[in-house]
Design a protein around this ligand. Structure first.
Ligand code: C2G
Length: 131
């Protein structure tokens, strides 16, 4: 049986920190499935829409060599359902979420990877706004 890795994120204004976490996640198994968070989920949780629409973000993430499949993450609370649906063996999250998904350890392995330092969508947006 191939080992399936699942991860989640907004991946807005796609940058090298996003690429690195997906590359490292892919190395943990044979197949990488990515839940890209819905525009509505971002509006609910962050109070604003992403710069790129979910359709654009899904297209970008889905085109990556290390990504085998993408789907829309409609709600943060549905992680267990997505893990079961996609038959994931490993859940990977950035360490900004460390400890937050430990209760899913009965469904699959849970791994938190360190974030790439000094790069974020927010910093990029602020940099461009200051030009
Ligand atoms: N990331 C990283 N290094 C950075 C920036 C981001 O490793 N410098 C990682 C994050 O840790 C995450 C992924 O890239 O694993 C996507 O980041 P975001 O788009 O910020 O995702 P987020 O809004 O945290 O996810 O269920 C989670 C939700 O979908 C929201």
């Amino acid at each position: 049986m191939p080992r399936t890795v699942i991860t989640f994120g907004t991946f807005d204004v796609f940058h090298v920190g996003h690429l690195r976490v997906l590359e490292r996640a892919a190395e943990l198994g044979d197949r990488l499935v990515v839940g890209v968070s819905a525009d509505a989920l971002n509006e609910r949780k962050k109070g604003r829409a992403p710069i790129f629409t979910q359709r654009e973000r899904l297209a970008i993430v889905g085109a990556l060599k290390v990504v085998d499949a993408v789907f829309v993450e409609e709600s943060l609370e549905q992680k267990r359902d997505y893990i079961v649906e996609h038959e994931a063996d490993v859940l990977v999250m950035g360490d900004d979420w460390a400890g937050k998904f430990d209760e899913l350890a009965d469904a699959c392995e849970v791994v938190y990877l360190p974030r790439t330092p000094a790069i974020s969508t927010t910093a990029i947006i602020e940099h461009i706004a200051d030009l």
